[in-house]
Write a protein that binds this ligand. Structure first.
Ligand code: ZN
Length: 104
């Protein structure tokens, strides 16, 4: 069960973007990386490929961050927190270790 999921708000806890928050756009469990909106922006040189929808020139896009460098921001206490799991009715849910509230 993943601690961080697409659509979650996370705070960067290490690296150049430390302290910034954003919404999770994509997770790669295999690489253990996460792409967060507005975080770790990298400039890429995009070549025209013949696809008319491809934008040529320099584009800015989010680069992946190690999953270990982000912490989920709890909706209840609004702080970056570690995640535990607990039973909520008959399903297992994520739980904030700071305030003890379920996140899902
Ligand atoms: Zn909390």
């Amino acid at each position: 069960m993943n601690k961080i999921r697409k659509g979650d708000t996370v705070q960067v806890i290490a690296g150049n973007d430390r302290g910034k928050t954003g919404e999770v756009q994509r997770i790669s469990p295999k690489d253990e990386t996460v792409v967060v909106a507005g975080i770790n922006l990298v400039k890429k040189h995009q070549k025209r490929t013949g696809n008319v929808r491809t934008q040529a020139g320099i584009i800015t896009r989010e680069g992946p961050l190690p999953l270990a460098n982000v912490a989920l921001v709890c909706k209840n206490c609004n702080k970056p927190t570690r995640i535990g799991f607990g039973a909520q009715g008959d399903r297992k849910s994520r739980k904030c270790k700071k305030c003890g509230q379920f996140i899902d």
